[in-house]
Design a protein around this ligand. Structure first.
Ligand SMILES: C[S@@+](CC[C@H](N)C(=O)[O-])C[C@H]1O[C@@H](n2cnc3c(N)ncnc32)[C@H](O)[C@@H]1O
Length: 341
């Protein structure tokens, strides 16, 4: 099996349940039940929650302790790593993706009449996750943990994802889809038509997300300045590689530059901090309400960037060329990348 692109900072995401894409569309290896059993049946953190659930299911005596669902197919996309997938489909990188349904299952017939729908719901498995957390830290809004069931976090007791996706076409057993927030190889369990009259309630209250949206309409509290040294790197990235993450970086830092795990902001010494933006890092300082961006650097360690078989790393060639231009800017190899809302 070919190696998959590692994540910045050795993130444990790089553990595919299916063969990774290398050039031609690969054939996913047959799904195994062990890939998709509930985390309650696995070892790891939060085992006290699992024990609790097991004893209660025994008590009630009616429910099985786990259910096994075979996937109906796998998503194929150029989104190899999580930050490329975006927090929801509207923020996804790739405009065209495919869902390849498994052969010999009668799915050609099951797709009949679906082509008339503009969107479909996908129900899928966060197969690159480990474990779950009852309280999670959303990337947007104040630094406040929320109950996982009040969020769209991937770290759920049963890591099921739910995504409405534009349906661009159907070719045999393959669905051609628009932007979606799934990574390559994601197992999909079901497809349902998106029916606006059933599924859309745009005026419904949205709890803490309404509060965050209201706060985002207020002017930002910090101003962000790019130092001349960082500006030279920004200009070089734009000119040579058409890479520009400065608007996103500025938006995040102007709201709140405090250390934040899911926003990939971490302290780097008493006066410095670092933020991850896609495959890149930016070092900055904060004085009063002014954030100064000092320099940029690749998020991936040089050992990964230059290793044979890791061509799928996002912006790989640009990162290697950047290091040739600014050899001092090596990534710390322990920077973590986590991207979910
Ligand atoms: C916040 S979740 C939302 C998913 C879905 N729209 C939902 O609401 O259930 C989207 C994020 O999940 C992560 N993700 C995508 N596919 C994944 C997979 N197969 N395993 C683990 N995480 C995945 C990516 O980081 C992506 O940005």
């Amino acid at each position: 099996m070919q190696p998959t692109a590692p994540q910045p900072g050795n993130h444990p995401e790089a553990r595919p349940a299916v063969a990774p894409v290398t050039g031609e569309t690969p054939v996913p290896r047959p799904a195994r039940a062990a890939d998709f059993t509930s985390p309650y049946t696995q070892r790891g953190p939060h085992s006290h929650f699992r024990r609790d659930v097991r004893s209660r299911t025994r008590l009630f005596g009616v429910l099985p302790t786990s259910l096994t669902l075979p996937p109906i197919g796998f998503l194929r996309t150029r989104q190899q790593v999580k930050f490329q997938a975006g927090h929801q489909p509207s923020a996804a990188k790739e405009a065209r993706n495919t869902l390849e349904l498994l052969p010999h299952c009668g799915y050609e017939d099951a797709l009949r009449d679906l082509a008339g729908f503009e969107r479909v719901w996908l129900l899928w498995w966060f197969h690159r996750n480990e474990g779950w957390r009852p309280l999670v830290l959303p990337p947007r809004g104040p630094i406040q943990r929320r109950g996982v069931f009040a969020t769209r976090s991937p770290h759920r007791p049963n890591p099921l994802g739910l995504t409405p996706v534009p349906l661009l076409g159907i070719e045999g057993r393959t669905l051609v889809l628009g932007p979606c927030d799934l990574v390559d190889g994601t197992p999909v369990f079901d497809i349902k038509p998106y029916v606006p009259s059933f599924d859309a309630f745009p005026d419904s209250r949205a709890g803490w997300i309404d509060e965050v949206d209201a706060a985002m309409r207020e002017p930002p509290k910090f101003s962000v300045s790019i130092t001349p040294a960082a500006d030279a790197q920004v200009t070089w990235l734009r000119a040579h590689w058409s890479i520009d993450f400065i608007p996103r970086l500025t938006e995040l830092l102007a709201r709140d530059p405090s250390p934040h795990r899911t926003r990939r902001i971490r302290r780097r010494g008493p006066h410095r901090a670092e933020i991850g933006c896609g495959a890149w890092l930016a070092e900055f300082t904060v004085e009063g309400t002014v954030v100064s961006v000092l320099s940029l650097k690749p998020a991936y360690p040089l050992t990964f960037l230059t290793r044979e078989g890791y061509q799928d790393i996002p912006d790989r060639d640009a990162q290697v060329a950047f290091l040739a231009e600014w050899p001092g800017q090596l990534a710390a190899d322990d920077v973590r990348c986590e991207s979910w809302p």
